[in-house]
Design a binder for this molecule. Structure first.
Ligand code: ATP
Length: 284
């Protein structure tokens, strides 16, 4: 297997519960790949197996050409090439931000410069602040900084922007784009559909331990070819029409109004609409 992440028929059970019930994944170099699914779908179990933190019951897994179940020196060499941002934060409250970054940089053979990383996550002004004085969102940025300090080829991001304000989320998306430009492969789990849409090259929807579909965000669930809804305001109130040819329809409306169409909206199903439909359908 030669992709950055290759998974075949991965299985993991807890007692009688099949948390991961035979999934396949192929994640390519330089790609941002997002795993989407409701609570309890099997995302964390899958990701932790890929990170080498959980054992599996069946299937083949290759991460950067290595089986994550590897132990000893080979495991240390492999860990050096990956970065991990977990959901829960570790505690290093009595160090400053700068000290924490410098400390973690020493674990890696080819780390990024701590100051450069502080700038990348927007914490440069907090370099001398104690970690325990950071706000929740700033703390999360530090987690992300620690995930990238080792200059990883592959980065695991689990719910990276939980607790961020909208501005911080946008800034964070910019940071992820910059990592993509550098060729970093990223596996992102998120509950924010707009985040997956903004960042991911491909998404996989997982439910009850199985992958329902893997696709680009724009094509998932037939979204690209779904009917558009055109709505506008007439003298009888708001009207709407579902159509496969919204451009033609808007042209004819424009002719009818002889110009500007009042309160015109053309809408296709959002990624969230499609996702909720897929998850709902899978539950039936
Ligand atoms: P969330 O979005 O809530 O983080 P998830 O998709 O990451 O959910 P998992 O944490 O992988 O889901 O859990 C999948 C299923 O396996 C759930 O039903 C969960 O209760 C169960 N599970 C997870 N870890 C264990 C464990 N250590 N022991 C027993 N059951 C577990």
């Amino acid at each position: 297997m030669s992709g950055v992440i290759e998974v075949r028929n991965l299985k993991k059970s807890y007692g009688s519960l099949d948390a991961v019930a035979g999934i396949d994944l192929d994640i390519h170099q330089g790609e941002i790949f997002s795993l989407l699914g409701p609570n309890g779908a099997g995302k964390t179990t899958t990701v932790e197996i890929l990170e080498g933190f959980r054992s599996r019951d069946g299937g083949q897994v290759s991460v950067l050409g290595v089986d994550p179940a590897v132990k000893g020196a080979a495991a240390r060499h492999w860990r050096n090439r990956i970065g991990i941002v977990l959901q829960s934060t570790q505690d290093s409250g009595d160090l400053t931000v700068g000290e924490t970054l410098s400390h973690f940089a020493k674990y890696y053979s080819n780390p990024r410069h701590p100051e450069e990383v502080a700038v990348a996550v927007g914490l440069e002004e907090k370099s001398k602040a104690l970690v325990r004085t950071l706000s929740g969102g700033q703390r999360r940025r530090l987690d992300v900084a620690l995930g990238i300090i080792g200059n990883p080829e592959l980065l695991f991001l689990d719910e990276p922007t939980t607790g961020f304000d909208p501005e911080a989320r946008r800034a964070f998306w910019g940071l992820i784009e910059a990592l993509r430009q550098d060729g970093t492969t990223i596996l992102l789990t998120t509950h924010y559909l707009d985040e997956a849409e903004a960042l991911a090259d491909r998404v996989a929807v997982i439910n009850r331990g199985k992958i329902i579909e893997t696709s680009t965000p724009t094509e998932l669930g037939g979204r690209a070819t779904a009917l558009a809804t055109v709505s506008w305001k007439s003298s009888n109130g708001v009207q709407s029409e579902r159509t496969a040819n919204p451009t033609e329809f808007v042209k004819s409306l424009s002719n009818a109004f002889q110009g500007e169409i009042p309160e015109l909206i053309v809408k296709r199903p959002s990624l969230e609409d499609i996702y909720l439909e897929m998850i709902g359908g899978a539950d039936e």
